[in-house]
Every structure is written in structure tokens, then in C-alpha cells.
Write a protein that binds this ligand. Structure first.
Ligand SMILES: [Zn+2]
Length: 325
């Protein structure tokens, strides 16, 4: 090879190498942009998704509801654990690619509603704040030794403080979330009630009746999240005239007996009910009244233990419900 050929060869090699690195660079930029879009910058959308996670694959019951909002944020209503199905909520949130939750709302302090809060934090899922309602000791002590464990509640609060995750207790009438979508629909979360089990209009109640009850609205669609609301406070809310109407009801207390009276269901007047319960519980005598009420009213019931994860998608036009199976 003479000098000129060598020169041409080197120039060609440099040219080919520059094409290769240019393409590789573009490829890497494209990869990093797509992962940014998918993970760090969730695309703004005009729908709200509510996924009732199936965390009740065995016999026991528990609540965990993921809201994916049009501003790209995630909100969790309850982070429960069924005693016979540990760590299911953490596993499902990971599977769904949830890395950050802007707000966790713990409806009340029973482990089937808060048992996965600390495991979620320890799994590295960032939580910006927590909305909760600690029951008065007199209400909690009614349930020794089987129900609310105030020592465990204090350890959860200590963990939140240690990790500098702020927590607050709301009151009736508070709007804890509001967002206007690009198609000018208001999405909001409004607190209906949050009593402490002693300072309530009906005096001393059980811990289920300390449930934070809240309404999610997406334009024309309303969803009522009712925690584990029970007979006593449920009857009071019906009589009080508070606006309970909703298109979809998250069944209180897993649909099991001691929950709200039928008059509550009538007042809500929902077109569908989502029930976070195992198949065994839903088909047992404990759920017979609720099961019959909705069957007779012609209202479809989506039960997590039977249908898997149930997803409700809300837009400005209305909503649709899809079940895993
Ligand atoms: Zn419960």
C-alpha cells in the first residue's frame, strides 16, 4: 500500500467509524428518551384509572386501591395486607412499575388496610405524604386483643417521622386533591368524614367507623371509597342527609356483615360495586346480605378474589370497568 492509498484507507476508516458512533449515539439518546418518557415523565393524559388490586388470593380480606391520575401522579387508598397473603401489594405495585406515590390514604388502622405501608416504603417506593386517622385509645381498646394494635400504629408513625414523610389527618369537607385535565375536567378527592371513634355524632364507635370516607370525582363520574364503614356510622350518614350518591361504590367492610345498612346502599345508588374480598368470604354467609342486595338491585359486583385486579377508567364521557378474569 503506497502512502496515498494508506491515507485514503485511514480517511475511509474514520468516516465509517464516525457513522458507527453517530448511529450508536442516536440509538442511546433514543433509548434514554424513551425510558425517560416511560418511567420518569409519565405522559399527561385525560383519564383517571382506579385499579382495585387483588391482594386477597387466599381466604382473608384486604384493601389496596391504586389511582393513576391525569397529572401523572399515583395515589394509593389503603395499603393492606391479608394475613394469609403477605407482601402482595408491594409485589403488584412493583409489577405495575410504580416508583413514586404522591399520597397514601390509610382509611383506618386495621392491618388489612395499612399492613403494607411500611413494606412499601422499605421496598424503595417513594411516598410524598400520608393521610391517616389514628383512632382514640378508647375506641382502639375495645378491640384488644384482636383488632387495632395502637403500639403497632405508633411504630408506623415513628417510621414515617424517621423517613421525613409528612402525615396529616383530614376533616369532613377537605379537598385533598384537585386537578384540571387538558379537556377541562375537574378531578378531585373530597373527604366525607373522618371521626376518631369518640368525638363523633354518635359517641363511641368501633375502629371501622373511624374510616376516612372519601369521594373521587372525574368529571361526571363519582366513586365513593367507604373504608370499612360499619352499621352505626353508616346509618348516621344516611340520616344526616350528607350527599353519598356515587356511580361506583367501593364496598365498605369487604361487603361483610356488620357493615352499613341496606339504606346506605340505596342512598349511594351506585351502578356498580367493587368488593375487595376473597372468593371464600364473598360466597360465605357473612356477605349474604350485601351479595343479595346488589343481586336484587341488578347492580354488578366485581369481587377481587373472583375477578383479579379490577380497573375502572374514567374520562370526560363516563367510565368503563375491566376485570382481569
Ligand atoms: Zn378491612
Amino acid at each position: 500500500m503506497n502512502y496515498t492509498c494508506q491515507e485514503h484507507f485511514s480517511a475511509l476508516a474514520v468516516f465509517l467509524l464516525s457513522i458507527y458512533f453517530n448511529m450508536r449515539l442516536r440509538f442511546l439518546i433514543a433509548i434514554s428518551l424513551s425510558s425517560l418518557t416511560a418511567i420518569d415523565l409519565p405522559a399527561r393524559q385525560s383519564s383517571t384509572k382506579w385499579i382495585m388490586l387483588n391482594i386477597t388470593p387466599a381466604q382473608a380480606q384486604a384493601d389496596c386501591h391504586l389511582l393513576q391520575l391525569p397529572d401523572g401522579s399515583n395515589i394509593l387508598i389503603d395499603a393492606g395486607e391479608a394475613w394469609d397473603a403477605p407482601n402482595v401489594a408491594v409485589a403488584l405495585l412493583r409489577k405495575l412499575g410504580v416508583h413514586r406515590i404522591s399520597m397514601v390514604i390509610i382509611s383506618h388502622f386495621h392491618k388489612d388496610h395499612y399492613g403494607q405501608l411500611v413494606p412499601i416504603i422499605r421496598a424503595g417506593i417513594a411516598i410524598d405524604k400520608v393521610i391517616l386517622n389514628v383512632p382514640d385509645k378508647r375506641s382502639a381498646d375495645l378491640e384488644i386483643p384482636w383488632g387495632c394494635d395502637l403500639n403497632d400504629v405508633q411504630s408506623v408513625l415513628a417510621e414515617l417521622r424517621a423517613r421525613k414523610i409528612p402525615y396529616t389527618t383530614p376533616k369532613a369537607g377537605d379537598r385533598i386533591y384537585e386537578y384540571k385535565t387538558r379537556d377541562r375536567v375537574i378531578v378531585s378527592l373530597d373527604i366525607i368524614c373522618a371521626y376518631d371513634g369518640v368525638h363523633s355524632p354518635i359517641g363511641l364507635t368501633d375502629v371501622n367507623d373511624t374510616s376516612i370516607v372519601l369521594r373521587l370525582s372525574h368529571g361526571p363520574t363519582r366513586v365513593l371509597f367507604s373504608g370499612d364503614l360499619n352499621q352505626k356510622l353508616g346509618a348516621y350518614l344516611v340520616a344526616s342527609g350528607v350527599d353519598l350518591r356515587a356511580d361506583i361504590l367501593k364496598a365498605p367492610h369487604h361487603g361483610a356483615e356488620t357493615t352499613v345498612p341496606d339504606a346506605f346502599y340505596t342512598k349511594v345508588h351506585a351502578s356498580a360495586v367493587l368488593v375487595p374480598a376473597s372468593k371464600a368470604l364473598w360466597l360465605s354467609a357473612r356477605c349474604m346480605r350485601t351479595r343479595n342486595y346488589f343481586y336484587n338491585a341488578g347492580v354488578p359486583a366485581y369481587v377481587s378474589g373472583l375477578r383479579g385486579n379490577v380497573t375502572v377508567t374514567m374520562t370526560s364521557k363516563g367510565y368503563k370497568i375491566e376485570a382481569e378474569h
